[in-house]
Design a protein around this ligand. Sequence first.
Ligand SMILES: *C/C=C(C)/C=C/C=C(C)/C=C/C1=C(C)CCCC1(C)C
Length: 284
Amino acid sequence: MIEGFCLFGSAMPDLSVFQYNAVDNIFSMTVATMGAAALFLLMSRSHVDPEYRPALLVSGLVVSIACYHYFMIRHSWHDAYSLVGGGYKGTGAAFNDFYRYADWILTVPLLMVELVSVLRLPAAKATNLLTRLVIAAALMIALGYPGEVIADPTRWTERIVWGGLSSIPFFYILYVLWTELTQSLDSQPPAARKLLEIARLVILITWAVYPIAYAIGGTPDALAAKAGTANAANGVVGANGVVGLQIGYAIADMTAKAGFGVLIYLIARSKSTKTASHEAYASA
Ligand SMILES: *C/C=C(C)/C=C/C=C(C)/C=C/C1=C(C)CCCC1(C)C
């Protein structure tokens, strides 16, 4: 079934005005959050010691890239739907999932860079850790994409297989981050230690939202296919699946990029001895 596998998007189910607006509003909020976080992170580089500035620069880039992509994602959302007789119907223009995956393939490796650079590990260790994390992150996104673009409910098994394959590097990353962050805690100043423990939790919780949102995007289809409803017959993804997936990804992206970026800033600030004391001196 060729319509079921469109590389750059899929047929869209009808949505109520409420469902359409919920997604549209969360996209709009995400653009604003990413943009504001970018300004904050890039402008506060001078508040931390020079060795922590690259971490803030990279954090600022991550949210800038995401700000652009959410702008495009929202644009694509507008193109994909039009208001027809009190509800939203697909225009036939595909909603472009590629923007999000293009975003992730850039930002997830960069998130690894911002985290490792704020830890300030010995150079050899940092390089080794970063290489493993970046390769695993790229694999995780690349393996998720073929499953993401499957919209045909009868091909749900394939969606699960790609999701499963993508979960191998996913669990690897979580395992590596958890063990490495735990090990590095001893070498961190006490104030940063608490914040790193929070960062560790934020990664674990926000990253877990992605496979859940992915599953929500597929589950209603599969149920519809089983029940043989009109939805399944049309070969389009279920309305609740689309709405749940889009809102889930957007919230997770805001937390994992903007929220995490602010945490990186706080960690960098708590580890900055020179700049902080200089400021105290200047304001005294
Ligand atoms: C800023 C973007 C971030 C932190 C994106 C993270 C994405 C994931 C952790 C995605 C994971 C996935 C799986 C574990 C299986 C299903 C497919 C994915 C790609 C959604």
